[in-house]
Design a protein around this ligand. Structure first.
Ligand code: GLP
Length: 243
């Protein structure tokens, strides 16, 4: 596990964008595993800037998102599909047919999850997975629990996650209670992983995940068993890690 400590959010975003840029240039047909949330917003803006300057070509890139709320449509502003389209895809030359997000409107969870895993496998797996981390240590929507879920599944969101994501909705009641997420095994199968973390409010969980026991009670802790993980965090987020 490598750690890159930056001064601030902007530095973290630039460092992550540099890794994604390198990945796209090295392998123009890369499969990128993408994350939503507040953390990667600026990184996506930097990738769009690089595309606008002619430095990046997304035409052969495929993307696979980590997760999606269950029961909201793709044109709902809170859906992760909508987020990705607004914050990255529509500003680039990516082929919409190569962008993948679990379909939150299909009620048959088993069918959605099997299809999603099949999509990832048909693409040949994920070359570079971008991750954020929740305050409770979740990655994607793999919430703290008693086991590491292997492959994509339908998850009941924890109250902590509902509360954390309420900022994007009018009220906590509007936050969906369930979501589809790739599993821990799916994430761990990615060739490379970049974890982006910003802010003092993440410092405690960062310390727990990367220095405490590897346990499904802190899902991000499993990342220590992956052979190619780069954690990019600003000084505030990495502040409680030993030097
Ligand atoms: C969300 C998402 C995750 C994200 C995490 C952190 O609920 N499901 O994919 O990485 O929580 O979000 P943020 O970057 O807003 O702190």
């Amino acid at each position: 596990m490598r750690f890159i400590k930056t001064d601030d959010y902007e530095g973290m975003s630039k460092a992550a964008a540099a890794i994604v840029t390198e990945q796209i240039k090295t392998k123009p047909s890369s499969v990128l595993g993408l994350a939503t949330g507040g953390t990667p917003v600026r990184m996506y803006e930097l990738l769009i800037k690089a595309y606008e300057k002619g430095e990046l070509d997304f035409s052969q890139i495929s993307t696979v998102n980590l997760d999606e709320y269950k029961g909201i449509t793709r044109d709902n502003e809170q859906s992760y599909f909508y987020y990705m389209n607004e914050r990255l895809w529509k500003h680039t030359n990516i082929d919409p047919k190569r962008t993948h997000v679990p379909d939150g409107m299909v009620a048959d969870a088993e069918a959605v999850c099997l299809a999603y895993e099949q999509t990832i496998s048909d693409l040949g797996g994920i070359d570079l997975q971008i991750l954020g981390i929740g305050h409770n240590g979740h990655i994607g929507f793999n919430e703290p629990g008693d086991v590491f879920e292997d492959r994509s599944f339908c998850v009941e969101l924890s109250q902590a996650t509902i509360n954390a994501n309420q900022r994007f909705f009018a009220t906590a009641d509007d936050v969906p209670k369930e979501a589809y997420t790739v599993g821990i095994g799916t994430i761990m199968s990615a060739a490379k992983i970049v974890v982006m973390i910003s802010g003092e409010d993440k410092a405690a969980i960062v310390k727990e995940a990367f220095t405490g026991p590897v346990t499904p009670k802190v899902p991000a802790s499993i990342l220590r068993f992956h052979r190619d993980v780069t954690v990019i965090g600003d000084a505030a987020a990495l502040g409680l890690l030993p030097e």
